[in-house]
Structures are given as C-alpha cells and as structure tokens.
Design a protein around this ligand. Structure first.
Ligand code: SF4
Ligand code: SF4
Length: 116
C-alpha cells in the first residue's frame, strides 16, 4: 500500500497561481481566500517559498490550508481521515505534474517515496 509523505526538494504545492486552481472559492472561506491570494507572488509561487532550498520559510507558522493533516482535510475538502492518504497522494501527483511535469525527476522521487 502507498503511504503519503512529503518529499524534500519538491515544493510543487507552494506554486499557488490561482489560474491553475479554479475552485479555490469553493473550499476556502472568504478570509482564507484573502490570505491565500495575499501569498501569491508575481511568478505564481508563494512569497514564503525559498526557491533555492525548495522549502517553506515560515514552516512552523504556515497557514492551516498548507497543512496535510486529518482535521484540515476534513474541514476543507470533506475528506474522511481514512481517505486522507489516497487523497493526499492524488493531490501531490496532480500538483507535481502541473508544476514539473509527469515525467519529471520530482514525480519520480515522489512516486518512489510513496511506493506508487
Ligand atoms: S506537492 Fe506533495 S511532496 Fe511536493 S512539497 Fe507539496 S506536499 Fe510535499
Ligand atoms: S506558506 Fe509555506 S507551505 Fe504554504 S504555500 Fe507558502 S511556502 Fe508553501
């Protein structure tokens, strides 16, 4: 069975360009949508993303919607805790495909790490 985990040197989910996430207003509250949009830099990446290290610069203070944890996913997406693993893997693969491509080293590393 594949087990979700976040791999180092990825950061695909920190590419926040709203043009590529058309349903934002469906699952974010108006306050969270405002916060989300305030994080989007001119290049579409989060302003807190360290592009060189490919890490969040405010990891411990990152917004709730950045956290892959059962209570957040249940609240935002209606995902039951037992569905979180598969849902998170799908989300990462979609995001990695959109940002780096389906045949990218990032996708290969992610799939290897979660054993897909
Ligand atoms: S897309 Fe997934 S693996 Fe990549 S940084 Fe985000 S949570 Fe981690
Ligand atoms: S706050 Fe951090 S985890 Fe959230 S999108 Fe920005 S860089 Fe990524």
């Amino acid at each position: 069975m594949a087990n979700w985990l976040c791999v180092k040197q990825c950061g695909a989910c920190c590419h926040l360009d709203p043009g590529e996430r058309p349903d934002l207003e469906k699952y974010l509250t108006p306050e969270n949508l405002q916060l989300y949009l305030s994080l989007v830099g001119e290049d579409g990446w989060c302003i807190h993303f360290d592009a060189e290290a490919r890490e969040c610069k405010i990891y411990d203070q990152r917004p709730r919607f950045c956290r892959v944890q059962p209570d957040v996913f249940q609240e935002l997406y209606g995902i039951e805790p037992e569905e979180l693993n598969d849902f998170a893997i799908d989300c990462c693969q979609q995001q990695i495909e959109g940002v780096y491509g389906d045949s990218s080293p990032e996708m290969e590393r992610f799939n290897q790490a979660v054993e897909c």
